[in-house]
Design a protein around this ligand. Structure first.
Ligand code: AMP
Ligand code: MG
Length: 264
C-alpha cells in the first residue's frame, strides 16, 4: 500500500506524490484484487445497512478526467444499490446559492445504514470557487474551519468521511481530454469551461493543496490516490473503502427469540 496520507499539520505538496505510482503491480493482478475487495464490500455494506446506526461517505475530488466517474462505477459494481447513494455536485442552482454553501451538502449526506459517494463536494467551495473568484477571499478563507466543524458534526452523528483526491498528471489529463473529445460517446462530457479549467491547472493545484492542508484532520484525513492508471486508482479506492468498513465492523441486530415463538 503506498503512502497516501499527509501527516496532519504538514503542508500538502502534490508534487511529492507520483500520480503514476502502481506499486509495480500488473493491471491484471490489480483488477483481480479489486474484484475481491468489491465482493467483501458487498457483504460489509449489507451489514452496515442491517445495523442502520452508522453511515459512510466517500468524497471524490479531482480535476476533470481524474477518474471520479470511473471510481464510482467500480464501487457501485460491488455495493447493492439499496445501500448506496451517489450524489454529483454541479454548479449551485439559484436556490442552493440562496443558502449557506453546506446546505446542499448536508441534505445529501447518507442516512444511517447507507454508503454515500460524493462526486465533487463541499471542497468545490474552496477550490473552483477560489480559482474562478466566485466569492471573495475573506469568504472562502473562512470555509476551511467551517468544513472542519461540519465534518466533525457529521462524525459525531455517526458518519465516517473518506476523502480521496484522485491525482493525475497534467500530461495524463491532456490524453484523457483528447480521448473524450474524439469519442462520440464521451465528447458531450466536455465543454469550454473544462478546457479553461485546464489552463488554470496551476491555480487548481494550489487551491487543492491549500484545501487538503487545512482540512486534513486526524479523524477525516485526505488520501492522495495515484490515478494515472485507472486500474490502480480503483484498487486504492476499493482498499480504502473496504478498510473503512472493516474498521467500523458493522453488526447484524441481535436475534429476538420471541419472534420465532410468534411464528405460526
Ligand atoms: P462535472 O463534474 O464535470 O459534471 O462538472 C460539474 C461542474 O460543476 C464542475 O465544473 C465543477 O467545478 C462545478 N461545481 C461544482 N460545485 C461547484 C460549486 N460549489 N461552485 C461552483 N462550481 C461548482
Ligand atoms: Mg466536467
Amino acid at each position: 500500500m503506498p503512502q497516501t496520507l499527509i501527516p496532519p499539520g504538514e503542508p500538502c505538496l502534490l508534487s511529492n506524490f507520483d500520480p503514476g505510482h502502481h506499486e509495480g503491480l500488473e493491471r491484471a493482478a490489480a483488477e483481480e484484487e479489486t474484484r475481491l475487495h468489491c465482493t467483501a464490500l458487498d457483504e460489509l455494506a449489507y451489514r452496515l445497512f442491517a445495523e442502520a446506526k452508522r453511515a459512510v461517505v466517500v468524497v471524490l475530488q479531482g480535476i476533470d478526467g481524474s477518474g471520479k466517474d470511473g471510481a464510482i462505477r467500480m464501487l457501485a459494481s460491488g455495493i447493492s444499490p439499496q445501500c448506496l447513494d451517489v450524489k454529483s455536485f454541479k454548479s449551485p442552482s439559484a436556490l442552493e446559492l440562496s443558502h449557506d454553501f453546506l446546505w446542499r451538502v448536508h441534505a445529501a449526506v447518507p442516512a444511517h445504514g447507507r454508503i454515500g459517494i460524493f462526486n465533487r463536494s463541499h471542497y468545490e467551495d474552496v477550490v473552483v470557487v477560489r480559482v474562478r473568484k466566485l466569492v471573495p477571499k475573506a469568504i472562502w478563507r473562512e470555509r476551511y474551519a467551517q468544513i472542519n466543524a461540519f465534518e466533525k458534526l457529521l462524525r459525531d452523528g455517526g458518519l465516517t468521511v473518506v476523502k480521496c483526491f484522485l491525482h493525475i498528471s497534467k500530461d495524463e489529463q491532456r490524453k484523457r481530454l483528447a480521448d473524450r473529445l474524439r469519442d462520440p460517446a464521451k465528447q458531450w462530457k466536455l465543454g469550454p469551461s473544462d478546457l479553461e479549467d485546464r489552463r488554470l491547472w496551476d491555480d487548481f493545484t494550489t487551491a487543492y493543496e491549500d484545501a487538503i492542508t487545512h482540512c486534513n484532520t486526524p479523524e477525516a484525513p485526505w488520501h492522495i490516490v495515484p490515478a494515472n492508471h485507472k486500474w490502480y486508482r480503483n484498487l486504492v479506492v476499493a482498499r480504502l473503502v473496504r478498510k473503512t468498513l472493516e474498521d467500523l465492523d458493522p453488526q447484524f441486530p441481535p436475534f429476538d427469540p420471541a419472534l420465532l415463538a410468534k411464528l405460526e
